[in-house]
Design a protein around this ligand. Structure first.
Ligand code: ATP
Ligand code: MG
Length: 460
C-alpha cells in the first residue's frame, strides 16, 4: 500500500541551528518503531515533511517499480493527479520500462542532483504521460534539487529514496546516505516482523485445523469405543444367556417330568448364578463407560478401604482369606470420587482374593505421601498368591483379558480408567511369592496439612 500524502504548511521548518544529520537522525530514531513497511515509510515521510523536505520512495520488485511513499506539497500532488486523471496510490511501472531507474539502484551511490527527475521518469514509465506541463506554474512545479539514494534491505537492492528541498546542498549527501541506510534497517526489522506475523497467522490457522482434526478424531474414537463396548457386551452376555436358556429348557423338562426337587433347585441355582454374573457384567460395563464424569469429594482413606473390605467379604467366594487394613485414622480426607475408587479397589481386592491360598492375608494400605515435594495418595493391595505369569503381565490391563473361567477380564481395565481419570496411575509388581498392585494419584488435602506435606513432613 502506497503512502501518498500532501504536506500542509509547506515551509522549511528545520531550525537554522541544527544540522541536517542531527534532524534526520531524530526522524530515523522514530522510524525504527515502525512495525510494518508501511508504518516505516509513513513515519519517515511525516518526519521528513516536518523538516520542510519532500520524500519519494519507489520499491523495485522483480517485475516492476512501485510507488511506496510520496510526501509532497498539496498543490503539486493535486496537480499531478489531475494531469494523470487517477490517484497516485498503487502506481506501478513495468520493469521493462524502468531500465534507467534500475541502473540508479544498481549503482549503489547516493548522489546530489541539481535536477532530480526520478519521479517524472517513473510516472512516464507507469502511465506513458509527461508531467512537463506542470513545471510552468510555480505552485505545481517540482523542486529540482535534492539527494537520490538507493535503498538496501538485507543487503539486497530494495528501491530508491529521494529527499527534495531547495535548501539541500551537495554537502547534505552524506547525511541523506546515513538516513537512507537507517530507513533500510527499519525496513529490514519491519519485514522480519511482517514475516513473523505471517508465520504466526499461518501457524494459528494450522493450529485451528489441527484442533478441528483432533476434535473429529476424538469423536471417531468415541464412536469406535462405543462400537467396541457393544461388541464386548454382546460377547460377554452371550455365554451366561446360553447357560440361562439351557437351564430354562432343562427346568421345563424337569417340571414336565415331575423331576425331584433337588434337580429343580439345582437348575434354579444355576439360573440365579448366571443372572448374578450378567448383573456383574452390566455393572462393570456401566462403570467402565462412566469414569469421565467424576464426582470428587473429600474421603478418608481408612473409610474407603474399610468399605472395600466389607464388600469383598460379602462376595460369594470370600471367607478363604483374611483382610488387613493399614491406614492411619490421622490421614486427612483426600479428594476423590469415592464410588469409582471403591469399585477400582474392590476389583484389586477381589483379584487378590481369587489368587490367594486359603487362610492367607490380603493387605490393603493407604497413605498420603510426598513425591517430588507434591502430595500423592498411595493405595496398595498385596497378596501372597502365585503371581502373574510372565507372558500375561503385559496383557492384564487389556479389556477382556482373563484367565478365569467366570471372569469378564474387565476388572483391571476399569481400575486403570478410574485411576487415570484421577490423573494417577496403577502399577503391578509380581513374582512367585505374590502380587502388589499400587494406585497413586495427586492428593488434594485441606489447608495446613497440605502445606506440611508439601514441605516433606509426611507420615506414611
Ligand atoms: N492379584 C493377582 N494375582 C494373580 N493374577 C492376577 C491378579 N490380578 C489380576 N490377575 C490376572 O489378571 C487377569 C485380568 O484381571 P481382571 O481383573 O481384569 O479380570 P478378571 O479378574 O479375570 O475378571 P473380572 O472382570 O471379573 O475382574 C486375571 O484373569 C488374572 O489372570
Ligand atoms: Mg478381576
Amino acid at each position: 500500500m502506497a503512502c501518498v500524502s500532501s504536506i500542509d504548511g509547506w515551509e522549511p521548518r528545520r531550525d537554522a541551528g541544527s544540522s541536517l544529520v542531527a534532524s534526520l537522525s531524530e526522524v530515523s530514531a522514530v522510524v525504527q518503531r515502525g512495525r510494518s513497511t508501511d508504518d516505516v515509510l509513513r513515519i519517515a515521510g511525516e518526519g521528513v515533511a516536518a523538516l520542510g523536505m519532500r520524500l519519494l520512495v519507489l520499491q523495485c520488485t522483480d517485475d516492476a517499480f512501485v510507488l511506496r511513499a510520496l510526501f509532497t506539497a498539496p498543490a503539486r500532488l493535486a496537480a499531478v493527479e489531475r494531469t494523470l486523471g487517477r490517484s497516485l496510490k498503487g502506481l506501478r511501472a513495468p520493469a521493462s520500462e524502468c531500465a534507467s531507474l534500475r541502473e540508479l539502484v544498481a549503482a549503489r551511490r547516493t548522489t546530489y542532483c541539481d535536477h532530480i527527475d526520478v519521479f517524472d521518469r517513473f510516472v512516464r514509465a507507469a502511465t506513458g504521460q509527461e508531467l512537463a506541463a506542470l513545471e510552468s506554474a510555480s505552485t505545481t512545479a517540482s523542486i529540482a534539487n535534492g539527494v537520490l539514494a538507493p535503498l538496501f534491505v538485507h543487503d539486497r537492492p530494495w528501491g530508491l529514496l529521494s529527499l527534495v528541498s531547495p535548501r539541500l546542498t551537495p554537502d547534505d549527501a552524506a547525511a541523506a546516505r546515513l538516513f537512507t541506510s537507517q530507513i533500510g534497517s527499519a525496513l529490514e526489522a519491519a519485514e522480519t516482523i511482517e514475516a513473523l506475523e505471517t508465520k504466526n497467522r499461518e501457524l494459528s490457522s494450522v493450529n485451528q485445523e489441527l484442533s478441528f482434526a483432533n476434535a473429529e478424531l476424538v469423536k471417531r474414537e468415541r464412536l469406535a469405543a462405543v462400537g467396541e463396548l457393544a461388541a464386548i457386551v454382546a460377547h460377554e452376555v452371550r455365554n451366561p444367556l446360553c447357560v440361562i436358556f439351557n437351564a430354562i429348557t432343562s427346568l421345563r423338562r424337569a417340571l414336565d417330568d415331575d423331576a425331584p426337587r433337588g434337580t429343580r433347585a439345582e437348575l434354579l441355582e444355576i439360573l440365579g448364578d448366571e443372572a448374578h454374573r450378567l448383573n456383574h457384567i452390566v455393572a462393570q460395563m456401566l462403570d467402565l463407560a462412566k469414569p469421565s464424569a467424576l464426582r470428587m469429594q473429600p474421603t478418608r482413606l481408612q473409610d474407603l478401604l474399610a468399605g472395600v473390605v466389607s464388600a469383598a467379604a460379602a462376595s460369594p467366594d470370600a471367607g478363604a482369606v483374611r483382610f488387613r487394613v493399614e491406614a492411619s485414622p490421622d490421614e486427612p480426607a483426600v479428594d476423590m470420587d469415592p464410588r469409582f475408587m471403591h469399585q477400582a479397589m474392590l476389583n484389586l481386592v477381589l483379584n487378590a482374593m481369587h489368587a490367594s491360598p486359603r487362610g492367607a492375608d490380603v493387605v490393603l494400605s493407604g497413605a498420603v505421601t510426598a513425591v517430588h515435594g507434591r502430595p500423592v495418595v498411595r493405595l496398595q493391595v498385596v497378596d501372597t498368591g502365585p503371581g502373574i505369569p510372565f507372558e500375561d503381565r503385559a496383557r492384564i490391563f487389556e479389556p477382556l483379558f482373563t484367565t478365569k473361567s467366570s471372569g469378564t477380564g474387565l476388572g483391571l481395565s476399569l481400575v486403570k480408567r478410574v485411576v487415570e481419570a484421577h490423573a494417577g496411575e496403577v502399577t503391578c509388581s509380581t513374582d512367585a511369592s505374590g502380587s502388589v498392585f499400587v494406585v497413586t494419584f495427586p492428593a488434594t488435602v485441606a489447608g495446613d496439612t497440605l502445606r506440611e506435606r508439601e514441605s516433606g513432613v509426611v507420615a506414611t
